[in-house]
Structures are given as C-alpha cells and as structure tokens.
Design a protein around this ligand. Sequence first.
Ligand code: ZN
Length: 102
Amino acid sequence: VEERVRALLAEIQQSLFRRALEFRQANTHRVASYEEFQRAIEEPGGFLEAGWCGDAACEAKIKEDTKATIRVLPLDRPNPQGLSCLRCGKAAAELAVFARAY
Ligand SMILES: [Zn+2]
C-alpha cells in the first residue's frame, strides 16, 4: 500500500506541475515596448514578459505607472540577448515576468 500511495502522490504532483506550467505558458505574453506593456497590463489575469535592466528604480517606476510588479525572473531562460529594458531601453540583464496584483 505504501508503495502505491507514494506512486500516486508522485503522479498527482506531476500532473499539478504540468497544469501550472501550461497555465503560465498560455497566459504569458511577450511585449516589445512600454506602450504595448501599458496596454496589455490592462487585460486581467495575464503575465507579461519583458526585458529589465536590473535597476530597482526602473522596477519602481513601472510599478508606479502600471501597478505591475515583477513576479518571476525565469531561471530556465537563456540570457536575454538583444532585449532591452522595458522602461529605460538599456540592455536587459533579465527577462522578467510582470503581473498586477488584484
Ligand atoms: Zn531599466
């Protein structure tokens, strides 16, 4: 019985993880400009991916303008080469995922 329960738990965990991942992928959109970001953030329930220079001042200004905060700095992404910071336009140090709190 213990073996079976353990296997079942592993299965459940995997399926929960898969669903969370699918949800995130389906609800995450890459935006190219601050204008697009400000428009897209008005849509409820989404995550927006954009470059961020790593400067806390930019993060604070984005929050002030849009009420959105950084949720995740995905570790599974390659360096965001060619991306620039959503706010200041400098080279991005991170690909950040932003969302609004409700
Ligand atoms: Zn910046």
